[in-house]
Design a protein around this ligand. Sequence first.
Ligand SMILES: [Zn+2]
Length: 285
Amino acid sequence: MKSFSTKGIVLIVCLTLVLVGAWRYRAGRDWTPTLTINTPHYTIYSSATPEQTETVGKIADSLYDAYGAFLSSLNLSVKHKGIHKMKLFATREEFRNHNLITDWAEAFYQKPYCYQYFSEEERNPYHWMIHEATHQLNQEVANLSVSKWVDEGLADYFGSSCIISNRLVIGTIDPNTYPVWWLHLLAKSGDLEADKMNGSVIPLRAIISASGGPNIDESFNLYYLHWWSLMHFLLHGEAGKYRDGVSRIMTGESDVEGFEKHFGPIEAIEIEWYAYVLELKRKEL
Ligand SMILES: [Zn+2]
């Protein structure tokens, strides 16, 4: 009986991988938008309904305006003006199938597009889009080159703001957004040191340095809670005294050294941030 040589088996495995890869690639390319709309700041390729697409366009423009106003409030300027691109999928299933998503991503930004679906079943169907579109603005409008905690913190800050009459009101907090709906996971005991021990607080030094904390794939909700609440605290806590520092880290160093230069010792900020988190929890967001 003829048997396969090792070379033959390797060839068959390789061919199989190539065919599977080709199929997956084709699956990833076979999406045709049913409509394209242009707004003042975005071109949106969409398979969602015309009404959903128009609304997403309005909210995205509102984000763009809020982002510009935010930059000016920090004395920062728009570095680049242009039209930004989005792909809006009708359903979560379509979004995941087309983009071959196998992990927890609900939207993502990969230059030049923001990819998201219209999450009709959520009370706030826009927060995933706003999060990713903020990453897009961080890169394409403000040309930021910042540490992950700043990039994610800003995306969470905008993504978790309330939308009132189709307008994004930054600084407000919508409890029906990610990661705010996981707030109960943060600071469980009410005592900073105890919470570091029980794992419901990650030391801010680990957050800023992006090292020494728990495995991010296992604790991603907790990381997002830290990024969001730290940015919210720096922009609104302590009567806004850290806003100038935020402006400086957005244009300069945002590593541990930069953080301590602009805000002071991390462990001192950690105590104030922790009190701010407890206050947010007390308000039962
Ligand atoms: Zn993000």
